[in-house]
Design a protein around this ligand. Sequence first.
Ligand SMILES: [Zn+2]
Length: 257
Amino acid sequence: MATIEIGRNDHLDGNGALSAATQSFAVTTHGQKVLVDTGIGNAKPRANPAWDHLDTDFMERLSLAGYPAEEVDFVVLTHLHADHVGWNTRWDGDRWVPTFPNARYIMNSTEREYWSRAEMEESRAIMIADSIVPIEDAGLLETPLVGPQGFEVTPGVRLLPTPGHTPGHIAVLIESEGAQALITGDVLHHPTQAMFPFVGSSVDVDSALAAQTREETLRWAAQEEILLLGSHFTDPTGGWIGQDGDAYRFTPAHAAH
Ligand SMILES: [Zn+2]
């Protein structure tokens, strides 16, 4: 087994700054097509200039990968932040409509309820209006309570409560032929948090709980040899977690064999 240090090419940009990606994960299990998170979306008014009025070929690439919009059966939303729900909807020239018309969109009820009560700045209210309300109005949003036992979306795909970044945040456990992978959502944002589990994100709603969840998730992934898929990790996105003293180490999957 090779051990790879986080080097210049892994998870850092050319200036040595931490790099991050915004991405979705597409999984097919037992004939069901599942999309986990929907990125930033096109044409959406956003306060963050890097996210504002994007015009990307995301949907073309998703289709080429085998996931044309009308064939997606489930859209799982790890939490209700703008970079995870954007492609829930698309602009049809007149209004925002569901991008995946035949999908059941799934979000933890704790998450939906929190944001329906939370005081929020205008930009977040705009995001909910353009990316959540249209799927609710179309009857496509389902909000099961994701309790300690988790919630099975479809065989092989289980949602797990991982609160802290947001109150109803979930991670997504994929099980196949005895192996497990965990899509982290924003439990972590960068592999360096394996080494420094108590370093959080500035947008964690409850930073102490987020740190606790991060540490527990890393410990579990290390013990159970779960492939970790970091929702904001640039390539290599997947890797293994090893115990390293009081902390952990992320080893990219492609380097592990
Ligand atoms: Zn995020």
